[in-house]
Design a protein around this ligand. Structure first.
Ligand SMILES: Cc1cc2nc3c(=O)[nH]c(=O)nc-3n(C[C@H](O)[C@H](O)[C@H](O)COP(=O)(O)O)c2cc1C
Length: 467
């Protein structure tokens, strides 16, 4: 492989003649540039230069070798005279993040999910924070997801032996230490360099299931390889590509999409997922396709994103092993209802059709407390998924942070089960929750100070301290 001088590389700095250094190798990305779903600007920013640092924030290390032709590799970049690559200059944003990280509280000072969110807000780069924390449009659904839990009150039973609490369960036939799983969230490396591998480690150590996203920033091999035990269960979240023979391509393209820190006019920010994906995902996907999926796999198929009782009934009729009632964390359609609000009507529709026992029901969105899990289980969910909290915990503290987060959920659920007089999950019944106000969106809620303080209002970051 030839050694290419930095001077020569610097000359290839145009749209129609574009070389970029990534991990010491020089790539000619001229032909690939128009296909980059994250837009061209981000690539052009590194025209004739080293783009490794930014590349690593979004991509699995092996993505170029796996998806681009070997011809794009021109050679190895020359190292400078001191024997090292040019050091990257620290930007103002890098400096802010570095200083904020130095002041991070210790992990044992984290007492609930909102603590992790507050830390993440300070220590993440602005683009990562916006990508993780954002919701669709006015973010009404995003906030409603958690707020709806405040409209459910508990009916605790007393005089029950709660000396031992057992929250172990099974999900799709596999054991889990508690009725909670880590949901799929794309681009985990924006939170932490270990990305989805950190989630795999934490999930394995705490005995919970991890759902791997199609658009992971680590390769599937890396995420599977990071498992703590050989029998650790992982699920795979699948986006369906227009051309179903080319799922790999979908993965590559979306990983390149990334959040829009570069203000690329081709893709709007939170539309990132929706907009970039819309060109790639199969918009013709419909109920009849389930038969095809069932014909190509023996794995259980779970539909994520159910938002009405009608679709829940159809999912059961079409033979799904389960559904996830989800509005994707309020990131897609604003004013899509909170999953916890529609769980009761979905359960009663399934019962009416005698379909309630043929598939497992999961919900995700706004699960921030052990009592949220309890409420979901009481209303018929087999388990719950969590999205943002894992990203926040990982941002500050890597796999250890996510372990601590899972421990906090577990501790809170345990305390809730004890105080509710329910030593096992089977003891949790619908009559233990009062849902009379659940449908009322305008009842007076107790102020949620913790969440309100963590929620970022739309002001320039520099002014936050003045609020
Ligand atoms: C940053 C981010 C990326 C996400 N990416 C995906 C994805 O690639 N695929 C998917 O099915 N859901 C994705 N989701 C949705 C989550 O799987 C989950 O439905 C949602 O986050 C649950 O809400 P919560 O964040 O309030 O816990 C993403 C969510 C976030 C916050």
């Amino acid at each position: 492989m030839r050694t290419v001088s930095l001077q020569e590389i610097a000359q290839h700095n145009k749209k129609d003649d574009l070389w970029v250094i990534i991990h010491g190798k020089v790539y000619d990305l001229t032909k690939f540039l128009p296909e980059h779903p994250g837009g061209q600007k981000v690539v052009l920013k590194f025209a004739g230069k080293d783009g490794t640092k930014t590349f690593d924030r979004f991509h699995p290390a092996d993505i170029i070798q796996r998806y681009l032709s070997p011809d794009v590799c021109i050679g190895e970049a020359e190292v400078n005279n001191s024997g090292e690559q040019e050091p990257e200059v620290e930007t103002e944003e890098d400096k802010r993040v570095r200083l904020a990280r130095e002041k991070m509280p210790r992990l044992d000072e984290m007492y609930n999910t909102f603590d992790f969110e507050s830390v993440a807000r300070n220590i993440l780069k602005a683009d990562s924070w916006a990508y993780f924390n954002g919701g669709a449009n006015d973010e009404i659904s995003m906030r409603e997801n958690h707020n709806a839990f405040h409209r459910i009150w508990l009916r605790p039973r007393v005089m029950v032996d709660v000396s031992k609490i057992d929250m172990t369960t099974t999900m799709l036939g596999d054991k889990a230490s508690m009725p909670l799983y880590i949901s799929a969230t794309a681009l985990g490396k924006m939170a932490h360099p270990d990305g989805e591998k950190a989630l795999a480690v934490a999930a394995g150590k705490r005995g919970v299931i991890q759902m791997i996203p199609t658009l992971a920033s680590c390769s599937i091999d890396e995420i599977v390889g990071a498992r703590v035990h050989a029998d650790q269960t992982q699920w795979f979240q699948l986006y369906v590509h227009k051309d179903r023979r080319r799922e790999k391509d979908l993965r590559q393209k979306y990983v390149h999409e990334g959040p829009n820190e570069f203000q690329d006019e081709e893709i709007n920010r939170e539309g990132g997922a929706a907009t970039a994906m819309s060109g790639i995902i199969d918009n013709t996907l419909n109920w009849n396709d389930l038969a095809w999926f069932k014909s190509i796999t023996k794995l259980p198929i779970v539909l994520k994103g159910i938002q009405t009782k009608e679709d829940a009934v159809l999912a059961a009729r079409y033979g799904c092993a389960g559904i996830v009632i989800s509005n994707h964390g309020g990131r897609q359609l604003d004013f899509a209802p909170s999953p916890i609000e529609i769980l009761p009507e979905i359960m009663s529709a399934l019962k009416q059709e005698k379909l309630e026992n043929i598939m497992e029901i999961y919900i995700d969105g706004g699960i921030r407390r052990g009592s949220d899990i309890f409420k979901a289980l009481a209303l018929g969910a087999k388990g719950v998924g969590i999205g943002r909290p894992t990203l926040y915990a990982m941002s500050g503290y890597g796999a250890k942070g996510v372990q601590r987060l899972l421990e906090l959920y577990q501790n809170e659920l345990e305390m809730c089960m004890r105080l509710m007089g329910t030593p096992t999950l089977a003891d949790i019944k619908p009559e233990m929750v009062d849902i009379r106000n659940l449908k009322d969106h305008f009842v007076a809620n107790p102020t949620d100070y913790l969440a309100n303080l963590s929620y970022e209002k739309m002001v320039p970051r520099g002014n936050l301290s003045k609020l």
